[in-house]
Design a protein around this ligand. Structure first.
Ligand code: IPE
Ligand code: IPE
Ligand code: MG
Length: 249
């Protein structure tokens, strides 16, 4: 297919990378092999998004709730994250990617957190695509965190409660510097958000595919982007209003 016209690309694409475990189980493999295959899909997707010109790519890699999984599975996921940082260092630095994280990364074990933080720091001055890994991330937890900070400001007498608006809450979110996700994509047939970017996705387009994350290829990404390019985002207005606004003067 031809690439979607650039002006219709999402600026911020957020992906819920789901289905690794079932992919492995269907093949009689241990779940961690599904995660390993999923890591390859991460590499393909990062490259494709960078080449297409996505500004911000947020990947849901590990939720706050995923800590409740069996210990050996959590361990395997941490090892894969560690290896990703090690193996993709040059891919990230050579291509101007700015690696960052969202979530409670202090919960990650130090042997993962340190090299991850080092690569985030090293790539902080890059001006290409932002690659945000959602790690130990929960959307509700994120909103609570922002509100708690505002409450502390109020308690200290520095903030008038009447001044708390949407922008004040958004400023306390991990994503404060970026546009809200335009498109949230989830693989493996599940049609739910699972605590991902709840506040930020208020007007995101949602796209669900049955393809399991380890099988996710560039063609599937392009298919999703093609769907996105044809959607009319109305933000509460009428279609006629939107078409008027978009019409050349
Ligand atoms: C997504 O795949 C990866 C993580 C949540 C870490 P899953 O591990 O959730 O795969 P399924 O949904 O069990 O198939
Ligand atoms: C969401 O997937 C989290 C990630 C993809 C990292 P889950 O597999 O954990 O979500 P549920 O439990 O099916 O809702
Ligand atoms: Mg899952």
């Amino acid at each position: 297919m031809s690439a979607p016209p650039l002006e219709r690309l999402p600026r911020h694409l957020a992906i819920i990378m789901d289905g690794n475990g079932r992919w492995a189980e269907q093949r009689g493999l241990p779940r961690h092999q599904g995660h390993a295959a999923g890591a390859k899909a991460v590499n393909r997707t990062v490259t494709a998004c960078r080449e297409l010109g996505i500004e911000v790519l947020t990947l849901y890699a590990f939720s706050e709730q995923n800590w409740a999984r069996p210990e050996d599975e959590v361990e395997a996921l941490m090892q894969l994250l560690h290896d990703y940082v090690h193996d993709e260092r040059f891919e990230i630095l050579d291509n101007g990617i700015r690696l960052t994280t969202i979530g409670d990364v202090d919960r990650l074990p130090a042997w993962v957190r340190r090299p991850l933080q080092a690569l985030c720091d090293e790539s902080a001055g890059n001006r290409g695509m932002v690659l945000a890994l959602a790690l130990s991330y929960g959307g509700r937890e994120e909103v609570v965190h922002s509100v708690r900070r505002l409450a502390a400001e109020v308690a200290a007498g520095r903030l008038d409660p009447a001044a708390i608006d949407e922008a004040a809450i958004a400023r306390g979110l991990y994503t404060a510097q970026w546009p809200d996700p335009d498109l949230v994509l989830r693989t493996s047939g599940e049609a739910r958000l699972s605590n991902f970017l709840l506040w930020q996705s208020a007007y995101a387009e949602l796209y669900f595919t049955d393809v399991a994350w380890p099988d996710f290829q560039r063609e599937h990404l392009e298919e999703a982007l093609r769907h996105y390019a044809h959607r009319e985002r109305r933000f509460g207005k009428t279609g006629a209003q939107i078409r008027d606004e978009e019409a050349p003067c």
